[in-house]
Write a protein that binds this ligand. Sequence first.
Ligand SMILES: [Zn+2]
Length: 637
Amino acid sequence: LTSLSEKLVAKIGLGKDFDPERMCDSLRERGVSMTAELGRILALPRRSSDFETQGYAPGGPRDLTPLYSKGVAQCAVVRDGGDCPVCRCGPPTLWTIQSAMLWEASEQNGLLGEVAVGAGKTLVTLLLHDAMNAVRTVLLVGASLRPQLIEEDLPAYGRHFHLPPYRAVIADPPLPGLYIVAYSDLSNAKKGDVLNRITPDLIIPDEAHRLRNRQSSRTQRYYRYLEAHPECRTAPLSGSTTKRSIKDAAPLAEAALKKNSPFPRTHGDLRDWAAALDPDNPRPMQPGKLLLLCAEGEPVLSGFRRRRVETAGVVATTASALDTSLLVEARELTLAPSVAAALDYLEKYWAWEGEEIEDGMAFARISRQLACGFYYRWVWPGGTPDDDDRAWLAARAAWHKDVREMLARSAQEGFDSPLLLWNAAARGDWQPASWAPWASVRDRYRPHPPVEAVWLDDFFIKDVGLWVAKQQQRAAVSDGGAIVWTVHAEVGKQLSERLRLPYYGEGRAAAEALTVAHPRNAPVIICSQLAHGTGRNLQAYDANLVTTCPANAPDIEQLIGRTHRPGQRADEVHVTVHQHTEALRRGYWQAYRDAVFIEQSQGQRQKLLYANRIGFGVARPATVPEINGATAPSKRA
Ligand SMILES: [Zn+2]
């Protein structure tokens, strides 16, 4: 069946130079017409879509936990002090939306999962095999995520849920079970027959927006296989299927739900609907008869979304859920010899520039500077310290020594940080000999004399340059943009000069300038993490380089949230985190454990935990020394 505009063209038989787009202007004003496809979609049965807040409605999905759970509330990994992502927040159960996806997939023999990141998609992809009574299931995932899925997620979920047998190799003939195939293996000429070798009767494309490009060989192989094997079911899952155009989601929905798809199945209808519904269509069309999908006064977009998600076989998270996936990736880098030597010295002598390190915070501060190839040195107003400066230094060192010893000895409340100890001494609740001399000279420099930067090596600057060059290439052919985050003004300045990029540091002028920064005028920018790591709306950018990982969960949550936020148009936000020194690795793992704690205690889902993470290794035990905490490590010999 064709749309009205196509029928008209056929009837009046226009010549070769006829431009249907121009000719249709008057039709556009009248809007989308009534067609058999619209009639079919209007007639599809509706059911409630709000699984998350309404729970299990009679006749609808049920809680499938008893069917799949092994009843292990806490696994041996956690009992041995390790981290299990599945049971660390309590006995694992299936969430309502997970049960709904499995239930609907089984009832409809297909599924379109329009689910946001963090909705528990991974477990669903592992259970659909059983829910849909499949013999051989192919789970399609991004190549970079495959190792994490196989090495971490599969064993962790396997401790708590009955999973299908995982097949790492394709036997001849292929055995029943779950095969995890990278999208790139579909396009790979050598492995291109992977579907025909496995002969799945269920294909689950995770992050199904990767099948958007109809010209790509992976997309063609997926649809070609389904066409040749009508018995094969499919359950595409993605948070961003309809983000750019309904044309992207329509073929996925049709493959999964056949005649029950809530998207038009003919080219002409789809073109008109897209013109009426897509956000950026250059030749928008009036909604016309699409308003039949709407309640009185309801905007057409909302009416169409409601029609979609109330269709059996379509399970969606709420419209406000963030539909952009998140990838957090570690970045390694070989240290320059001079920097490696400096870090060794710092670690060994717990001293720097002739001064003892006062606490873990000071240690972390210096080692993070060194990780970037430089450190800040004090500049004495007279060139070298004068008598008063020397008295200031001596009083300071004595005070730090007392503070460090006190912190090492007792961690009682009110006496467990340098600031609290200062306050206690000022009140007279604690009386070390060093306090009075230090209190009398402390204000000579607050908190310390002016600084200058000393650069040891530019290995780090060069590495950022490599990352930036890649981002600039990407920005030239796509809409996205990239942000380099730094905590050191000196690094921001150096990067800005060397790479000729705008640097948004502290102060109001920078904050105002940043509000108009956009990948169109500045594809790659440098931002101060301290000044702009919270509050700013930078969703026009979709890639981040975190040069100094915050060592706590709220800060990294905020930082990721600058770009991974509503309004983000990309399918995926990338966060690359430098991990080339021990201090940076400790910082990351501290933030990670912190996030686990917040999620456990406050139930607030943490981006760092639901992100796909690559290259950080397995979770470290909590015995790694704190670097930002109040407890000063004991002095090394
Ligand atoms: Zn567990």
